[in-house]
Ligand binder design. Sequence first.
Ligand SMILES: O=C(O)C(=O)C[C@]1(C(=O)O)C=C[C@@H](O)C=C1
Length: 358
Amino acid sequence: MMDLTPFREKIDVIDRQLVELINERLALAAEIGKAKRSVGGKIYVAEREAEVLRKVTSLSKGPIKNDALKAIYCEIMSAAIALEKPLQIAYLGPESTNSHQAAIKKFGSSVDYHAMTSFADIFTAVEKKEVDYGIIPIENSTDGSVRDAIDQFVSSELKIVAQLYMEISYCLITNEPLDQIKKVYSKDQALAQCRLWLQRHLPNVELCDASSTARAVQIASEQPGAAAVANELASVRYGVPILARNIEDKANNMTRFFVIGREPSGAVGGGRDMTSLLVLLDENAALHSGTLLKMVEPLSKRGINLSKIESRPSRRKAWDYYFYIDTGGHIDDPEMREAIAEMRQYCTMVKWLGSYPR
Ligand SMILES: O=C(O)C(=O)C[C@]1(C(=O)O)C=C[C@@H](O)C=C1
């Protein structure tokens, strides 16, 4: 083999420079932190982080992949945040759930994480300032919306401040051989995303709801004949072996998560923002033809892109709905403000849930 020493010597020189530069960068962030603390400014600034990630990926000519570069920068910014203030993040626990993984992907390993038992508890913890931010799954590319999570916005004034997409891959985790499995536990969403695999390989087992994928692995570790559908992190965390990997029905099984907080995010600009709304029509309005069109026309006639619309029972009375809407743009854009003002003429309520980097 050729002599690797000259290459390694050069790498050592570069590493010394990298470490110096990272610490120099962190020292600047610490100064920013001091300035923010003196005026009570936001420590986590989603729009600035989006801008930093966009800049560094556009500067890079490879060979590093953009996702890898972004992951490195998330960790650097996580360390910067930790110098500014120890940030507290709530997620749907227990440890090792997909939400936990998503939280770590977004905020890195230098902040503090708190496992909560329900979406309502996450919202309450942020509202009561027990934590700074919460992270909640909002929709999955195979299974659709996480309705319990969307419903929380009806009675909350918290804002969506950021979003992230994470690929979700599931494993069958159990101490048993396949033919000894009687029950498979998981969160309903995870079972739904693996329905075909389960039907094919375990047609006669009982599918049982668990409060989270990680809780399902705990059950599988204790109960004879039980298996869990969960991620690899949970198998390692609870020491239960993986019997099969990648059992989700569709490859590229992505979940979209929201970061929720008390203060809204500023605009990134350049068409790189999104805005989410919750719209309640007049009672009975949904029964009149043209009402739905009127609701979205103020957006479409201003060229505001509508990427998602979902109806949910309003719980005011039977067959009455509210609509969850995702649009392009930021609340500070004049067209968005005008569109919302116009929508309010036709709708009982148009609630702004937040504007955040795309
Ligand atoms: O620019 C800021 O406001 C910072 O605090 C610095 C910094 C960074 O490291 O680049 C860190 C945390 C924020 O979420 C955004 C950016």
